[in-house]
Design a protein around this ligand. Structure first.
Ligand code: 13P
Ligand code: SF4
Length: 311
């Protein structure tokens, strides 16, 4: 699309959002032109907070399906739209509610902490939900002598064990995008840019090894954590180990600094399914409405409420 076409489409979308009384939320991994038309761009936790606090009648969710489901559970009286129903998440697909029920039966008395990247049915079987932005605080809020089943991301789980000193039972799921960021990608960049700060998402396959660098220049952060860190830091150059969509947001928030993805291949095809055309059609044709069966939503709400309460 040309710049002029993007501007025209932005105007059309903003007009539809106004007429429909819809707020547009976009995740940090969305394509630049979708981020630029949104009312709010953020990480999973920030988007949940925005969904919970909006006065708008509807939420157009530019992200993946589990995020829209979480918004639908937090705001049962609002209409939640996702521009493409196929925008899923390979990590959320790595555990089903049946598998979790079996795991719980094998570990009676354990507390279940689920990463937000899970289906509503899995959340309904969970005691706590967390995001990368508050996972450490959630684990630390649970009494030391309580056994914890952590799911579904094994790398996030291993990182949590390191930073909390706790032993967790960890589900062996992974995100194909972050698991694909290899220690060799990090090493290559460390060799080429030894003075740069390294920002690493805890879902990365290399997160725990990166912590071991102990050089004061490696920071394991949620996507929004990376943005806050880069804004405040006096440093000028940053290597970024997460989905490449965040580079646009970082450039906008800290234009005087330099950001480079450690792997240009770290692209989430689900996040990239959302386009301006689909967002326009979504608002115009009122599709696709994301709903969660009330009995599932009721059971999932407790875990999600704990997630939004602990920052
Ligand atoms: P954040 O909550 O850090 O934005 O991460 C969401 C996600 O899907 C990471 O792959
Ligand atoms: Fe899911 Fe990975 Fe895409 Fe995040 S980057 S939405 S965890 S598939």
């Amino acid at each position: 699309m040309t710049t002029a076409e993007i501007t025209t489409m932005h105007e059309e979308i903003r007009e539809l959002a106004r007429a429909r009384d819809a707020v547009i939320l976009a995740h940090n991994y969305q394509v630049p032109e979708v981020q630029d038309v949104a009312d709010f761009v953020g990480d999973s936790l920030g988007l949940s907070h925005e969904a919970a606090r909006t006065d708008a009648e509807a939420i157009a969710f530019c992200g993946v399906h589990f995020m829209a489901e979480t918004a639908a559970i937090l705001c049962p009286e609002k209409t939640v739209l996702i521009p493409d129903l196929d925008a899923g998440c390979s990590l959320a697909a790595s555990i089903t509610a049946d598998q979790l029920r079996t795991w719980k039966a094998e570990n009676p008395g354990a507390v279940v902490v689920s990463y937000v990247n899970t289906t509503a049915e899995v959340k309904a079987e969970s005691d706590y939900c967390c995001t990368s932005g508050n996972a450490k605080a959630i684990i630390e809020s649970i009494p030391e002598d309580t056994e914890i089943l952590f799911l579904p991301d094994m790398y996030l789980g291993l990182w949590l064990e390191k930073v909390t000193g706790r032993t967790l039972r960890i589900w062996m799921g992974e995100c194909h995008v972050h698991a694909g960021i290899r220690p060799a990608d990090i090493q290559r960049w460390q060799d080429e840019a030894p003075d740069a700060e390294l920002l690493v998402h805890p879902e990365c396959g290399c997160a725990s090894q990166c912590m071991a660098f102990g050089n004061g220049k490696t920071h394991i952060l949620s996507t929004e954590g990376m943005i806050k860190f880069a804004r405040k830091s006096p440093k000028e150059r940053f290597l970024v180990a997460t989905e490449t969509g965040i580079i646009h947001r970082l450039n906008k928030e800290a234009p005087e600094k330099r950001f480079e993805a450690v792997s240009e291949k770290a692209i989430c095809r689900y996040m990239k399914m959302i386009t301006l055309e689909k967002l326009r059609d979504s608002l115009r044709d009122w599709k696709y409405v994301v709903t969660v069966p009330p009995e599932v939503a009721e059971r999932a709400r407790g875990a999600i409420d704990r997630m939004v309460a602990i920052v």
